[in-house]
Design a protein around this ligand. Sequence first.
Ligand code: HEM
Length: 123
Amino acid sequence: MRLELSEQDLTKLVPEFYARVRADPVLGPIFDGAIDDWDEHIEKLQAFWSSVMLTSGRYKGQPMVAHLRHEGAMSAANFDRWLALWQKTTGDILDPDNAAALQAKAARIAESLQLGVQFQSER
Ligand code: HEM
């Protein structure tokens, strides 16, 4: 089925996801300890997802480098928790096809971030 995800969907999804992240007892303190300007973070993540899903090219950054700064928080359990919350939030907010596409993409990116962090920490 054709993907009809829009910028508007991301404008709803991303702030709601990070509101839930902040309310999460495990992920909340990690993010609140790392992020000073939440408006900027949400803006950046909307650009990220827009680049990934809509190939808008709006995001210019290095996710791997950003996560290496927080290596201690990048455990398999935390990735599972992040992905479970992403799954729930996308499912609550978007139609099933768009939610499924975002879930599959996040799982692949999470896997590569996790491998990257593991690889760096073993060097
Ligand atoms: C940024 C934590 C998983 C995408 C960040 C930052 C933190 C963080 C603390 C802010 C970094 C900084 O500026 O110092 C986590 C944790 C995760 C996780 C604890 C799971 C264990 C993911 C996943 C994705 C993702 C699965 C993508 C699917 C991003 C992006 C940024 C970011 C795009 C912005 C990077 C930049 O500054 O350009 N994350 N993250 N994160 N995260 Fe995650």
